[in-house]
Design a protein around this ligand. Sequence first.
Ligand code: ADP
Ligand code: ZN
Length: 287
Amino acid sequence: MIAGIELGGTKTVVAIGNPDGKLIEEFRYPTTHPKDTLTIAVEWIRQRGLPVSLGVGAFGPVMLAGRGDDYGRMLATPKPGWEGFSISAFLRTAFPDCRVVVETDVNAATLAESRCGAARGLDDVVYITIGTGIGAGILAGGRLVHGALHPEFGHLKVPRSPVDEFAGLCPFHGDCLEGLASGPAIAGRWGVDASALAPEHPAWEIQAWYLAHGVLALAAITAPSRVVIGGGVAQLRGLHERVQAEFVRLSAGYFLQAQTPDFIVPPALGQNAGIFGALLLAGGTDL
Ligand code: ADP
Ligand code: ZN
């Protein structure tokens, strides 16, 4: 048996699966303090057996470089109790003979979408989520990208839309991509929740501008063959087509991806990408 945990800012999903990463059973509950949250997951797994391998997709920032003492430790986060908490140390103590693999939630989702979702079979994939925050997972040459920390796509500086005067609400940078284009940023700019804005509202032209600049940076640096955009805000009808059209305009005939009609697509796994990815990580995928 293997197990997976998706640790989200608001909810946690724990699951068991068979050794090739297929989900057998899952359980969802709210994320609270780290020890309480992981104890629930550990007890739930123990009631079903002892896993040989455990994959975790976690919200960040989380240390992933190397396999030293810092691996799997949460860094500066406003979520109470989480800063400095080591996810991997806690889980290794709970399951001493079990392999523990920790990844970002977005990298787990990227892995799942590239194995069995909207980017199936591709080795160069970016998965972007646009919800309360903005983040991206990157698969390059079949490997998940960590870098010295892990990518922080949401905090990319993007050119301002000429028709946008919103100051931006990132507590660190003000008008970074997350500060300008996350769900709360849209709500802050227009005074209503993003889900209440009709597809023809001018909000979406500004949104497509910012997202296309983000995708352009990704295309220029990691050269993916597909970009999957998910998260609550990506549920808007037609958003992917608008971002793709804006990306084509910005690329000015230069990027090969601009000639690919399905370069920017919605996810195929929906809410399940994170937990499927956690199980794939546990399933021994060498990344
Ligand atoms: P989280 O990031 O907390 O996991 P979500 O990915 O569900 O949450 O994103 C929540 C955001 O998605 C909210 O800001 C909400 O306004 C926005 N949202 C939810 N549904 C829609 C929709 N149909 N169209 C546009 N935005 C939406
Ligand atoms: Zn920022």
